[in-house]
Design a protein around this ligand. Structure first.
Ligand SMILES: NC(=O)c1ccc[n+]([C@@H]2O[C@H](COP(=O)([O-])OP(=O)(O)OC[C@H]3O[C@@H](n4cnc5c(N)ncnc54)[C@H](OP(=O)(O)O)[C@@H]3O)[C@@H](O)[C@H]2O)c1
Length: 307
């Protein structure tokens, strides 16, 4: 029998790359999707084929364009003749440049109208509309496969759609409300798709990461390290906060943590319509609201460990 097939959007980088690796290592044929990272995707495709013998299709697409998600799903299905798991992972933050071309974040009430429009367009076009259209195309393709199996007198196999959303869907952070809105709205897509997919043995869930060490969090955080005078990255800042108590599991996430969760969720055939945080407990400790407190404590602990 042909290998089960998994498509992961945004698998040229970060969480998506770890997810597609995990599926390939477990015997799946995979679709590596990229936007700007054609070379990274080609290297990864080569690695997966050499290390795991996986059949790999690499496809480039800008999923913020209306027709692109449907074309991607169609291409994947035509190439392999089946599609079993679709992970909607592509996403961007709401940070856009100001009039001087510098990336700029404003607090919610202070955002100039033009800047707000640019932020909204960036995250809604890709995170929300791209994810919505992908789910719609994936669900339609999976329902058709189930109907064909039933017409042939077989049981419909289990298939799965998984969204990588974020704890920002419910945990507000004043300088990136548009990002949170794009992820929160996807939660409703999960619920609707789960309702429609269930009768055809298609489960639909969301994996909500906390802070994960990826290229997305390697950007400057605006926090200057008092010892070195160097501006910390977002990942470094949250790692210090984690040590200072912002999450009960005192480290930030690794892409592999998300990959393990994605693989597990996609294989659970009796769980659907669920929005699950994989965040080391960050949301338990209200990390965003108490950022200053946890950062101070993280810095204090670092100093005391050095002494
Ligand atoms: N890292 C975190 O702390 C964190 C926390 C919560 C949620 N998340 C979510 O996790 C997902 C993956 O993030 P990451 O941290 O792994 O970030 P990342 O390393 O920056 O990866 C983002 C992926 O999205 C793709 N992408 C960007 N623009 C695209 C477009 N227009 N069309 C199609 N694909 C596009 C990128 O492709 P190219 O590189 O090929 O351009 C890349 O593969 C995102 O949805 C993000 O919101 C991340």
């Amino acid at each position: 029998m042909a290998a089960r097939v998994c498509l992961v959007t945004g698998s040229s980088s970060g969480i998506g790359a770890a997810v597609v690796r995990h599926f390939a290592a477990n015997g799946y044929a995979v679709v590596v999707h990229y936007h700007s990272g054609e070379d990274r995707a080609a290297r990864l495709a080569d690695e997966l084929h050499r290390q795991h013998g996986a059949e790999v299709l690499a496809v480039g697409a800008d999923l913020a364009e209306a027709g692109a998600p449907g074309l991607l799903v169609g291409q994947a299905h035509r190439h392999f003749g089946r599609l079993d798991v679709v992970v909607s992972n592509s996403g961007v933050t709401s940070i856009v440049p100001d009039a001087q071309g510098r990336p700029r974040r404003y607090r919610f009430p202070d955002t100039p109208p033009d800047h707000l429009e640019a932020e909204l367009e960036r995250v809604l076009d890709l995170n929300l509309l791209g994810g919505y259209r992908l789910a719609q195309a994936a669900l339609s393709c999976m329902i058709e496969q189930a109907q064909q199996e039933r017409s042939a007198g077989e049981e419909a196999g289990h298939r799965s759609i998984l969204f990588v959303t974020s704890i920002s869907d419910t945990a507000p952070d004043s300088t990136r409300i548009p990002y949170g809105v794009s992820k929160a709205a996807l939660s409703h897509v999960v619920l609707g798709a789960a309702l429609e997919g269930g009768p055809y043995n298609v489960t639909v869930n969301a994996l909500r990461p906390g802070i994960v060490d990826t290229p997305m969090t390697s950007r400057p955080s605006g926090v200057v390290d008092p010892d070195s005078g160097r501006e910390l990255t977002v990942a470094e800042t949250y790692a210090l906060m984690a040590d200072g108590g912002s999450q009960p599991i005192r480290r930030i996430g690794r892409p592999e943590d998300m990959a393990q969760a994605a693989y597990a969720f996609a294989r659970l055939s009796f769980m659907t319509g669920q929005l699950i945080a994989v965040d080391g407990g960050f949301t338990l400790a209200s990390g965003f609201e108490n950022r200053e407190l946890f950062l101070r404590e993280g810095l204090r602990r670092r100093t005391s460990q050095k002494d």
